[in-house]
Design a protein around this ligand. Structure first.
Ligand SMILES: [Zn+2]
Length: 276
């Protein structure tokens, strides 16, 4: 058996099968690990939230419905096809599978998706405020803007439809009156983006409490765009537009994308009271 496994002349079917199984097992363990982190950080409550990983070009590993993300076992993870039909697993798949499938379909570079309801970022989503202001240099470099998608009923195609205009251009999206979805080339990166969104929201909230914001200037942003291209942690196939904090500013920071920024993403102006 060992000889067969190390036969480099002609890889045996058992070797390929074993390699595949190890890979899948590790991905299941990763989903359990990051599910526990999402739960312990308070990004989800009860049985909410869902995580998935692209297993190959035909299959997705995804969390089951009606289960705490802090109490999953690798065997609880469900395998579905690219239409969301269950291939294997003893549980039903999350009702928000359509959102995951949309992201995998529109972004071939994406290998993992995390959806959660982190309290502060979800508070912004419930207040109808996008996280588009360039307040923090590291968020500009590593994540860019976090747009706000309109509300869509969970568990229906409407939810995925609300996200569709944003998925190609952004790596994290606020979902109105719902939560956040973040995605990346690994589950770890998708999770980190979720964590960054919540951290950014907390800091943005502090600026609101202080009644004052001091966004980075266009000149600062131009330099950060250069830095971003050299920053390994920010590598993504998706361009991440950065918007000028004030539409009246003379120099407009251009997205690296050839496509125009959707009007819905224009930064929401703070009220005069908030600007004071
Ligand atoms: Zn949700």
């Amino acid at each position: 058996m060992v000889e067969a496994c190390y036969n480099m002349q002609r890889p045996s079917k058992p070797l390929r099968f074993a390699t595949f199984m190890v890979g899948e097992r590790r991905l299941r363990e990763d989903i359990v690990r990051f599910g526990r982190m999402v739960h312990e950080r308070g990004f989800v409550a009860g049985m909410s939230g869902n995580l998935s990983v692209r297993l190959d070009h035909k299959r997705i590993l995804v969390t089951p419905t009606c289960m705490s993300k802090g109490a999953m076992q690798p065997s609880d993870i469900v395998t579905v096809d690219m239409e969301g039909h269950r291939i294997s697993g003893r549980h039903h798949v999350t009702s928000e599978i359509g959102m995951h499938l949309l992201i995998y379909r529109l972004r071939p570079d994406i290998k993992a998706v995390v959806h959660a309801h982190p309290p502060t970022a979800t508070g912004f989503a419930a207040a109808g405020v996008a996280l588009t202001q360039p307040l923090l240099c590291e968020v500009v470099i590593g994540l860019g803007c976090v747009p706000l998608a309109r509300y869509g009923t969970p568990g229906t195609p409407e939810l995925a439809a609300t996200l569709e205009p944003f998925v190609r251009e952004y790596d994290a999206i606020l979902m109105s009156n719902h939560g956040v979805v973040a995605y990346g080339d690994t589950l770890e990166h998708a999770y980190m983006k979720m964590e960054t969104v919540e951290h950014f929201a907390q800091i943005a909230l502090v600026t609101h409490l202080l009644g004052r914001q001091q966004p980075l200037t266009d000149a600062d942003l131009e330099k950060l765009l250069v830095a971003r291209s050299k920053y390994a942690g920010a590598q993504s196939a998706a361009p991440m537009p950065i918007q000028a904090p004030d539409p009246k500013q003379s120099t407009k920071i251009q997205a690296r994308s050839a496509s125009a920024t959707p009007p819905a993403l224009q930064p929401k102006a703070l009220s005069s009271r908030q600007r004071q």
